[in-house]
Design a protein around this ligand. Structure first.
Ligand SMILES: Cc1ncc(COP(=O)(O)O)c(C=O)c1O
Length: 423
């Protein structure tokens, strides 16, 4: 968000957004009541083991491990693999790069496909060499062609890690994403569908690659602090309050925008040593977090149904308009994390500014490709996605009416700009 907004707001003075209710880009699936009640109810039994058991049932796999975060999970898997090189999309979450660096691997990037936001088997093809690890992603919950990538990996003697961090629990063709490649990773980070502040699960789908017991003892050897994530709990209580639309539009958003305006420089990515020293790597997944995930899993059907309804609203609002969407028939609509769109031919900064003026704060993400700047020309589609994609909200507390308003506002912005361009 920082780069796109700091660029978009650079030359604008004064207030850019009216003082009114604003729909936040995301809200936690967990309410404050659930957060507080969970403190008591999570004390009985063994919630971590219960979550592992639930995940074993859902995935159909015997070996499921919990990790401090998705990035730590990827780093843990990479660390037990002898390969020195990992192939990953140039357009994905930057912490995936951090994970590979923490594991000490050389990174080879692949572009994303022109037709989607994912790197597909066509892009992995040229870099799938024997001994390499392929790390495909289902970005924002949009499935990549994981079967073809795995077939390619098998043929070329590569190991596959399926980054399903943002897509859990998506079942595009009945099979759960994260259970197709040799390993799968799910994230329970705050912005995900089943949030527990932080945390992740590793699913071992192919026990022949690494003996799961070796894996478990290796993971256990990583020094980690234990303890209730109290700061994260307090943050989430405040976050729930601050993301109520009436508070968000009158207070939170104005603070965020002030922050965007003052961050003209992009923050440096952490070094591997710095990253290892953060809770994303050094805080063990706590029973309380396991309890939160279990509770959210119990009401998954209701959450998923609501997301599907919101998606139907967006899809019908954008039908026959110039708004480009990325939802294909292969997508499990219940488990999409965000609704990505682009407005072709319109500079994103212009879209963000116009949206703010009508009280709409649009989300942007992964605003630079992960490859070094000098190599950007090799990844034209990743560059295009990083510069153009806008994410629309999908969460249980978002009403269909609010989604409809957002959709209509986006269409109106697109038409306004085109009219101005024609005049
Ligand atoms: C595609 C993808 N992979 C990996 C991660 C890392 O997950 P975590 O934040 O749990 O480390 C994320 C997080 O946003 C993600 O979106």
């Amino acid at each position: 968000m920082e780069i796109a907004y700091s660029k978009a707001l650079r030359e604008i003075e004064g207030r850019v957004c009216p003082w009114q209710s604003v729909t936040p880009p995301n809200r936690l699936e967990t309410t404050n009541r659930e957060l507080l009640l969970g403190l008591y109810t999570s004390r009985g039994g063994d919630p971590r083991e219960a979550l592992r058991e639930a995940l074993r049932r859902i995935t159909g796999r015997r070996h499921v491990f919990l990790a401090p975060s998705g990035r730590a999970a990827i780093a843990q898997i990479l660390s037990v693999l002898p390969s020195h090189e990992v192939v990953m999309p140039a357009y994905t979450c930057p912490v995936v790069k951090t994970a590979a660096e923490v594991a000490g691997k050389r990174i080879i990037y692949v572009d994303c496909s022109a037709g989607s936001l994912n790197a597909t088997s066509a892009e992995f093809e040229a870099e799938a060499r024997p001994g390499r690890v392929l790390l495909p992603t289902h970005i924002f919950g949009l499935p990549t062609d994981i079967d073809n990538i795995c077939a390619l990996a098998k043929e070329r003697e590569c190991v596959t890690i399926e980054d399903a961090a943002a897509s859990f629990p998506s079942r595009p063709d009945g099979r759960l994403l994260g259970t197709v490649a040799d390993f799968g990773v799910f994230s329970f980070e705050r912005s995900k569908r089943l949030p527990a502040f932080r945390g992740a699960a590793i699913v071992v789908n192919n026990e022949r690659v690494v003996d799961p017991e070796v894996f478990e003892s290796h993971a256990a050897a990583v020094p980690m602090k234990d303890g209730l994530p109290i700061r994260e709990l307090l943050f989430s209580l405040i976050f729930n309050f601050a993301t109520q639309p009436s508070v968000y539009g009158r207070f939170t958003l104005h603070r965020i925008l002030r922050g965007h305006r003052s961050t003209l420089d992009v923050e440096e990515a952490p070094t591997p040593a710095e990253a290892r020293n953060t809770p994303f790597f050094n805080r063990a997944f706590h029973d309380y977090q396991a309890h939160l995930v279990l509770r959210a899993l119990n009401r998954w059907e209701t959450i998923g149904q609501h997301i599907e309804n919101l998606l139907a609203v967006y899809k019908s609002t954008f039908a026959s308009t110039s708004v480009r969407t990325f939802i294909t028939g292969a997508c499990d609509e219940k488990a999409l994390l965000r609704f990505p769109i682009t407005l072709s031919g319109i500079e994103r900064g212009e879209i963000l500014r116009r949206a703010l003026r009508c009280g709409l704060y649009l989300e942007t993400n992964y605003e630079s490709p992960l490859a070094p700047k000098s190599e950007y020309a090799k990844y034209p589609n990743a560059c295009w996605a990083a510069e153009n994609v806008v994410l629309l909200p999908l969460y249980r507390r978002l009403s269909r009416e609010a989604a409809e308003t957002i959709g209509r506002q986006v269409v109106a912005i697109s038409e306004e700009v085109r009219c101005v361009a024609k005049a």
